[in-house]
Design a protein around this ligand. Structure first.
Ligand SMILES: *Cc1c(COP(=O)(O)O)cnc(C)c1O
Length: 426
C-alpha cells in the first residue's frame, strides 16, 4: 500500500468520504486521491514523494504557484504581531483600498472567510436592499454551498428550481428561479412573470464550474440592462474569475458593471478569504450602518489579509496576465492541434490562465451542452496525464489553472503529456 492509500484508509474511518470537500475524493474519475505533503511553485509532492506538475492550483487561488516567497514573507511578518485581534486592523484598510482600486465596480467592500460566505451575504444584501425575495441563478453556475444557490437545473426556462442537495427545504428552492445561461429571453420572461419580485440575478460571468463557458456577445450587457430596468441587483460572482482573467476580473475584460461582486480564492493568497463589494449605496445597507446583518469572528484576519495583499500587489505590479495568457493559449492550442490530427472531437475553451477540455464536437454554451459531452472519456484522460506526472482537476466539469510559477519547461512538458494522453484515450 502506498502512503497515500494508507492515509486515505485512515481518513475514511474519521472523515465522511475521507475528505473535507467532496471533489477531492476522485469519485468522478475513479481511484483513490493522492495526499499532498508539500507544494512549491508549480510542483506538488505527494505522500509517496512523487512530483506532479499542478494544473489545479488549489482550485484557483494559487495564481502565483505554491509557497510563493513574497507571500510567505508577508505572512511571516504579520505573524510576528499576532494572529487575530477581534478589533479593526490596518491590513483591512489596505486590502479594501486595493480591491476598490483593482475591481472597477467596487466602491465599498466587506471581507469574509470563504466564497460561500461572500455569495450568501451578497444575496441577503440584495434582498434587504430591494425588499424582494426571489433570486435568479443559472443552471451550471456554482456559487458555493449556500442553500438557496445549491440548485441547478429546472426542466427549462421559468421552471422553479428543485433542490440539488438533500437538506434544502422546498420552500427555499421556490424562491430561486433557475434559468439557462446565455439565453437573455429567458431572463426577460422571468422579469415579466414575476414583476417587482426579483431581488437579484447572480451569475458567474464566465461559468467555470461546469468546464468553462463563454458568454455570447452582448449577453452580459443585456443582463445589466434588464436588471436596471427592473430594479434588480446584478451580482457577478467573481470568486473564481476575480484577479484570474485580469486584475479587474470579467467585469474589466468585458466592460460590464455589476452592482455587487463576490470575490474569494486568489484574494486570500492561499489562506481562507472571501469578500463582497459594490455600490456604496447598496453596501451601506449592511450592519452597523443599515438593517442587513452580516458578521464574522475571524473576518479581516491579519494573516489572511497580509497574504492576500501580497498576492494582489504581485498581480498589480507585474506583467503576470500577459505571461499567463500566453501559457494558456499554448496548452489550448496543443490540445486542439493534437485532437484535429487524430480526428478526436474536442472543444478547448480557454481564457487567460483557465482552460478546460470537453469531449464534444460542438462548442459548449450552456449547462445542458456541457453535460451532453462525452464525460466518460475524461476519466481515462485524467489518469493518463496523472501517470505521466501532470495533475489536472479530477472531474470533467472543473477548470484547469496555470500559475506564474509554471516555467516554460513545465508548460512544454504538459503539452507533450496531454497530447500523448489524448492519443491513448482516442
Ligand atoms: C469556489 C467558488 C465559490 C465558493 O467558494 P468557497 O471558498 O469554496 O466557499 C463560489 N463561487 C464560485 C464562482 C466559485 O468558483
Amino acid at each position: 500500500m502506498t502512503a497515500s492509500q494508507s492515509l486515505f484508509e485512515r481518513a475514511k474511518q474519521l472523515i465522511p468520504g475521507g475528505v473535507n470537500s467532496p471533489v477531492r475524493a476522485f469519485r468522478s474519475v475513479g481511484g483513490a486521491p493522492f495526499f499532498t505533503k508539500k507544494a512549491s511553485g508549480a510542483t506538488i509532492t505527494d505522500a509517496d514523494d512523487r512530483e506532479l506538475i499542478d494544473f489545479v492550483c488549489t482550485w484557483g487561488p494559487a495564481i502565483h504557484g505554491h509557497d510563493n516567497p513574497v507571500i510567505r514573507e508577508a505572512i511571516a511578518h504579520a505573524l510576528e504581531n499576532g494572529t487575530s485581534f477581534g478589533t479593526p486592523n490596518p491590513y483591512e484598510v489596505e486590502m479594501a483600498e486595493l480591491i476598490v482600486e483593482m475591481v472597477p465596480s467596487v466602491e465599498k467592500v466587506r471581507m469574509v472567510n470563504s466564497g460561500t460566505e461572500a455569495t450568501m451575504s451578497a444575496i441577503r444584501l440584495a434582498r434587504g436592499y430591494t425588499r424582494r425575495d426571489k433570486i435568479v441563478k443559472f443552471s451550471g453556475c456554482y456559487h458555493g454551498h449556500v442553500d438557496s444557490l445549491l440548485i441547478k437545473a429546472g426542466s427549462g426556462a421559468l421552471t422553479l428550481g428543485n433542490p440539488d442537495s438533500a437538506g434544502i427545504p422546498g420552500s427555499f428552492a421556490e424562491e430561486t428561479i433557475v434559468l439557462p445561461y446565455n439565453d437573455a429571453t429567458a431572463v426577460e420572461e422571468a422579469f415579466a412573470k414575476y414583476p417587482e419580485q426579483i431581488a437579484c440575478i447572480i451569475l458567474e460571468p464566465y461559468p467555470a464550474n461546469v468546464g468553462l463557458i463563454m458568454p455570447r456577445s452582448g449577453y452580459l450587457q443585456k443582463l445589466r440592462d434588464l436588471c436596471a430596468q427592473n430594479g434588480a441587483v446584478l451580482i457577478f460572482d467573481e470568486v473564481m474569475t476575480g484577479f484570474r482573467v485580469s486584475a479587474g476580473g470579467v467585469q474589466e475584460r468585458e466592460g460590464v458593471t455589476p452592482d455587487l461582486t463576490t470575490l474569494g480564492k486568489i484574494i486570500g493568497g492561499g489562506l481562507p478569504v472571501g469578500a463582497f463589494g459594490g455600490k456604496a449605496e447598496i453596501m451601506d445597507q449592511l450592519a452597523p450602518l443599515g438593517p442587513v446583518y452580516q458578521a464574522g469572528t475571524l473576518s479581516g484576519n491579519p494573516l489572511a489579509m497580509a497574504a492576500g495583499i501580497a498576492a494582489l500587489k504581485l498581480l498589480r505590479d507585474s506583467d503576470a496576465y500577459t505571461r499567463l495568457e500566453k501559457m494558456g493559449a499554448q496548452i489550448a492550442e496543443a490540445l486542439r492541434v493534437k485532437a484535429a490530427e487524430i480526428g478526436l472531437p474536442l472543444q478547448v475553451p480557454q481564457v487567460a490562465s483557465m482552460f478546460c477540455v470537453y469531449f464534444s464536437d460542438m462548442p459548449v454554451t450552456n449547462f445542458e451542452e456541457a453535460t451532453a459531452s462525452d464525460t466518460a472519456s475524461f476519466a481515462p484522460f485524467f489518469h493518463k496525464c496523472l501517470e505521466r506526472g501532470v495533475y489536472l482537476p479530477p472531474s470533467a466539469y472543473e477548470t484547469c489553472f496555470i500559475s506564474t510559477a509554471h516555467e516554460q519547461g513545465a508548460i512544454d512538458r504538459a503539452c507533450e503529456t496531454v497530447s500523448a494522453a489524448l492519443e491513448e484515450v482516442r
